[in-house]
Design a protein around this ligand. Sequence first.
Ligand code: GDP
Ligand code: MG
Length: 294
Amino acid sequence: MKDHKAGFVSIVGKPNVGKSTLMNVLVGEKLSIITSKAQTTRHRIMGIISDEDFQIVYSDTPGILDPQYALHQSMMAFVHGALEDADLILFINDLYEDVPPNDPILKKINQSGIPVLFVFNKIDQAKGTQVHDKITNWKEKLKAVDYVPISALEKQGTDELMKKIIDQLPNHPPYFPKDELTDKPLRFFAAEIVREKIFLNYKKEVPYSTEVLITEFKNEPEIIRIRAEIFVERKSQKGILIGHKGAALKKVGTEARLDLESFFSKKVFLETHVKVADDWRKQQQKLKQFGYRG
Ligand code: GDP
Ligand code: MG
């Protein structure tokens, strides 16, 4: 393993700039959830890609947010953690988002001493000299080893980006067995998929008040049996979630099951239960139980 390269790469950026989409392209599997709504990615998700002579360990961080709630603070802790243990930072921005030059996160990144690749996403929607102009502007704000324009959605520039990432990694033996795709247990992905469907099916307030806990995950030879408990903050939200004669919850369940079946390449039996947990956002104890702290 003399010339083997390996390292931890943190994907950092504002919500919706395309972090999850990019990581999925780079890893080649649907590992983290993608929706058009911000903040769906609350956990650090590790995706690992290995070849004979390299191994890249990605973490897909939550977006950069104001620590408004206890929950948000916990998310910020993930972002900071992601910076600390990284060999390389992929800082992603897109055509639409801007970050002021005095932003504390930029300061933290510039002072971290960790090499940065600046990734400029969504160039498929750019016109004229927009890409050139915006990147020129970014060069003044962020010290990066390279500034790489891409479209994660159309896989433009992503192969070149991959080469640049590998170039930046230190010589190191692999951290994980080469056939291991991710360090998260399968039930984590089950929870993420159910949560994604809730985000897609209800208006703002409900998804942000919801947490999903997988209380049973039985991987049998022919079928995976999953029991998901969906926690909401108030009784009224429980009603919305379930819907008239259970129709809304049934839709979520069906959509989640279909995705789970394609994700696990296996038949899935999914049971969903809605429960009320008063003000879970504010309760550190509950956050702990849901895996945000520990
Ligand atoms: P995250 O919050 O940073 O993880 O962003 P997501 O990966 O969830 O993407 C947010 C939205 O941007 C989704 O609707 C994506 O389909 C879209 N998106 C991501 N990459 C691109 C891209 O290269 N071009 C375009 N046009 N849309 C993109
Ligand atoms: Mg995301």
